[in-house]
Write a protein that binds this ligand. Sequence first.
Ligand code: TMP
Ligand code: ASP
Length: 233
Amino acid sequence: MTETLLYEGKAKKVFTTDEPNVLLHTYKDDATAFNAKKRGSWEGKGKTNATMSAALFAYLEQNGVPTHFLEQVDDTSIKTKKLDMLPVEVVVRNLATGSIKRLLGFEEGRKFKAPIIELCYKDDDLDDPLVNWHHLREIGVSDEDIEFCEELGFKVNEVLAPFFDERGIILVDFKVEAGKDENGNPMLADEISPDTCRFWDKETNEKLDKDRFRNDMGGIEEAYAEMLRRVTS
Ligand code: TMP
Ligand code: ASP
C-alpha cells in the first residue's frame, strides 16, 4: 500500500491509501490539552481511541447515522472515507461541566432539561470559539450544513447516551465533527473517544476520560483502559 502522510495532528496521523477516496487514521499515545499548551502521553491511548471510535461508528451506522468509518485495520488504525470537513465542532451537553460552567455560571453536574448544542468554529489560532448561525453563515457554512450538524449532534446523543448507560456510564458531553464525501453527502467524521467525550461512572461519578489528564487527576491510563473494556465487552 502506498501511504503518504497527509497530516500529523496532536493525537493522530492521517495517511493517503491506494484508494483515492480512502484515508488511514493512526492514533498516537500522545495527548495535548488547552490548545496544545499542555502535553503528555500514556500507553494504550491510541488503541483505545481507534478501537472505541471503530466500535461506536459501527454502532451508530447500525442506528441510522451515516459515518466516514470503513474498517479497523489494526489496534491503532482505522480506514475511513475521505471527506471535505466542515469547519465546525459540534458540542452536545447533558450535564454541566467544563466550559459551560464558566460561560453561564452553572453548578458542576447540573442535569439539563434537554441536551444543549453548541457550535464552535474550528480554528486553533482562535481557540475554537463558540459561534452562532450568523457567524457561521458569514464564514461560509450553509444553513443546510449547520442544520445537519445540529441534527447529527442530537442523533448521536440519542443513540450513544443509552448505549453508555447500559454500560454503567453517563455520557456527560461530547464533541463531534462532520464532513462531506465526494458526492456531497454529509456524515459524521473524526473520532469518538475519551479525548472527545466526558464519561462519568454512573455509580461513583468517577471521571473516565481526558479530564483526568487536563486536570492532573492521575489514573489516566487505567481510565482509558476501563472505557475500552466497557465499550467492547
Ligand atoms: P468543553 O467543556 O471544554 O467546552 O468541552 C466540551 C466537550 O468537547 C468535552 O466532551 C470535551 C470535548 N472537546 C474536544 O473534543 N476537543 C476540544 O478541543 C475541547 C476543548 C473539548
Ligand atoms: N484537544 C485540545 C488540545 O489539544 C483541547 C482539549 O482536548 O482539552 O489542546
